[in-house]
Design a protein around this ligand. Sequence first.
Ligand code: SAM
Length: 281
Amino acid sequence: MANQFGGKWTKDKIETFVKYTKAYLEIMKDRPYFSLIYFDGFAGSGAIMQDGNDYDLLEGVAKQVLDIDQPRIFDIYYFVEKDQNNQTTLEAMVKSQYPNRNAFVVCNDCNNRLLTMAQFLNRPQNKKYKVLAFIDPYGMQVKWSSLEALKDLSIDMWILVPTGLGVTRLLKNNGEIEDSLMERLKTFLGLGSEEIKNYFYKSVSTTNLFGEDETLLVKERRIAQKAAELYRERLNSIFKHVSKPLQMTNSKGSIMYHFLMCSNNRVAAKIANDIVTPKFR
Ligand SMILES: C[S@@+](CC[C@H](N)C(=O)[O-])C[C@H]1O[C@@H](n2cnc3c(N)ncnc32)[C@H](O)[C@@H]1O
């Protein structure tokens, strides 16, 4: 079964990431002493069914990355997919179409596997490994604590951040956010509730109908952009460099996601910026 979601942003995202992956492998062809791992944290089933008047089947990123065989391939391909049906479909496709790739398709939560990978990379004997990670959730599944585990490691990570679809929708206009929703925001952003409220709301003093003074919380404007700025700043506390984001809007112009790259390597971030920038023109 193909995964069903998307819009024009899906194509832009895939194009951006595949372009970067090709540039990455081009640079790595002259560095054979590094072993390369491709880590796909939300791998899907291998194909994407796009919504629209016509059903349009897109090749998922997993397949497009496996298709790159020049100038070098990854030494290990590690796909993580939580849904059992998707994992089975993807695994069958990988085994039948790419039998010679050193590929693993596991059914698990990306957060668990990010932690396992961080432990692996932290071992002194594994310093030769470099990771290109693609983190492509459709919601707020990535825990901030999972990303924190990646600090100081050799990882270039592209991540899709649900700034409009996720964060904006949870931030109620009056600041009265249900406990369960606030917990989700805290886990996602790695911040406390006061920090979240102070960032996304301002206090406004007013007089109510009975002539009493009161202070109301009012949501700031441009919340999705503000969420992107915050997340980018937060990523910069883990990675030395964070690219400009690619902003993804739906057909009505509403922001859905921001897609960005983080790395401890300055050149990697420059390449990502060069790929993302033309999309602003
Ligand atoms: C946006 S889709 C990924 C599409 C894929 N990158 C592609 O190009 O075809 C998100 C996928 O993540 C899976 N998923 C959801 N939560 C997950 C989690 N916590 N860990 C791993 N996979 C998860 C979903 O089942 C879904 O297949």
